[in-house]
Design a binder for this molecule. Structure first.
Ligand code: ZN
Length: 96
């Protein structure tokens, strides 16, 4: 996960945005509907900024970070839970 975190921080800082880690491990019961996610295995983390970011910039950040970390990670820009944020998870094919 450190590799993904470095890529997120670089992408945010390159645009002059601060980077706030808003979540990493959290037990399933704290996710809406008790949905199981890689957060409850400690394999996912969420990042936000206090800058106002246009939807298109979120998409550009997501694509840039995904390109850097490769296909063993899944990177999303989504609006689940705490508002718009970047979600990263370590989910290589061999785990499935
Ligand atoms: Zn997440």
């Amino acid at each position: 996960m450190a590799r993904a975190e470095a890529a997120v921080i670089r992408a945010f800082h390159a645009r002059g945005f601060n980077c706030i880690k808003t979540s990493a491990y959290r037990p399933p019961a704290t996710v809406s509907g008790g949905e199981k996610t890689l957060h409850d295995e400690g394999l996912a983390a969420d990042y936000d900024t206090d800058h106002e970011i246009h939807a298109g910039i979120w998409t550009a950040l997501k694509e840039e970070i995904q390109g850097e970390v490769g296909e063993e990670y899944q990177v999303l820009a989504h609006d689940k839970g705490s508002g718009m944020h970047i979600h990263t998870e370590y989910d290589p094919a061999w785990r499935n």
